[in-house]
Write a protein that binds this ligand. Structure first.
Ligand SMILES: [Zn+2]
Length: 362
């Protein structure tokens, strides 16, 4: 007694297949897609097929018992039974030659490549394609690495303007703005001091001549000495407050014109520009001098905001007596310099220079 499949169409004789341990059997009812066969759809009707595979040693054979087109109202019955009937002879038995595996990328056959790596399901890749892929990955990695190294290496900060940055003479060795900056910036970052103690707006143009070729960030502190030069105006006689205001109007317009021209010129050379206001917490400063100073700071802020440049507000940052040098109270002390350096480092690291909204650091 053997286990058998009995397959019968209408009243025809059954196709009887023995179930053997070295054979796989498949019974298919198939209807092809007719949409793509415009000529004669009748050729592409449904059919049924009984076929299988037999393993013999290390080879295998394709077996076929039946293949027939189906007609309308055909009725198929299927039985799995134990019986001892004569089985249907094979219609076809041929050695099955497995198609040679190919690389899913370049289509090369396994025999044409040194190695074919199986990726599961239907994907495979040859050793040559692996190399091509690795090359692409390396190129991409190198590009990213280059970009990051370049960015680190070309960070070059310049300090331009006056003694807010050039304050070495008024502090202990190592405490000046440039010295503290150089010890606090990352290894691949450079900082150069171009600012000169005592310089006014018009002097900064000479500093711009010395800008290093690869400069990425410019910090500007200027206007304090321009403001100092008008101190004698405070002693000037005037008959009315209005007349005094007239004098300040002239000063204001002149400062605005020169300041605007300067920052426009700097911005043309260095896109990443940060400017400082003039500090006003100088110990023992005359209150009326502070009133006059506010005119200058108002212009600095307005010009900075109008071109979208961020500002270090030294009025709010250096607001303690200890922030000023004991040698000259209008210069930053070691502590004042440290506060300024902290902001410069922070801005260089974090400031979004593409952001159109002006930012005040304090
Ligand atoms: Zn390949």
């Amino acid at each position: 007694m053997k286990k058998q499949f009995h397959i019968k169409i209408n009243d025809e004789d059954s196709t009887i297949i023995d179930i053997n341990s070295d054979e796989s059997i498949s019974f298919d009812i198939y209807h092809p897609a007719t949409k793509f066969n415009k000529d004669d759809c009748s050729e592409f009707g449904p059919f049924y097929k009984i076929d299988g595979l037999r393993w013999k040693n290390k080879e295998h054979f394709h077996l076929s018992w039946a293949e027939k087109k189906l007609k309308l109202n055909d009725k198929i019955s299927f039985q799995y039974i134990e019986g001892d009937l004569e089985t249907t002879p094979l219609k076809k038995e041929e050695k099955y030659i497995e198609l040679e595996l190919t690389c899913s990328f370049c289509d090369k056959k396994a025999s044409e490549t040194q190695q074919l790596i199986d990726g599961g399901l239907l994907a495979r890749i040859c050793n040559e394609c692996v190399q091509v892929c690795q090359c692409e990955i390396d190129k991409d990695n190198l590009k990213h690495k280059d970009m990051s190294t370049n960015e680190d290496q070309i960070t070059h900060i310049i300090l331009i303007g006056d003694s807010i940055f050039d304050n070495a003479e008024y502090v202990n060795k190592g405490d000046s703005v440039i010295e503290q900056l150089q010890t606090n910036i990352p290894i691949n970052c450079k900082a150069t001091l171009l600012a000169v103690d005592g310089d006014v707006i018009n002097d900064v143009y000479a500093q711009l001549e010395m800008i290093p070729k690869v400069t990425t960030h410019a910090f500007l502190s200027i206007g304090g000495n321009d403001a100092l030069r008008i101190v004698n105006v405070l002693q000037q006689a005037s008959s009315t407050v209005g007349e005094a205001m007239e004098i300040f109007t002239g000063i204001r317009l002149d400062f605005q014109k020169r300041y605007r021209e300067l920052i426009t010129q700097i911005k043309l050379k260095i896109d990443k520009l940060i400017i400082c206001t003039i500090h006003d917490s100088v110990p023992d400063i005359e209150p009326r001098a502070l009133t006059a100073l506010s005119i200058f700071n108002e212009i600095i802020l307005k010009e900075a905001f109008s071109i979208g440049v961020a500002v270090i507000d030294l009025r709010l940052l250096c607001n303690e007596k200890e922030d000023y040098s004991t040698i000259s109270p209008i210069e930053p002390s070691g502590q004042g310099a440290r506060k300024i350096v902290e902001q410069i480092v922070k801005i260089t690291k974090e400031h979004d220079f593409n952001c159109a909204i002006p930012h005040v650091y304090k």
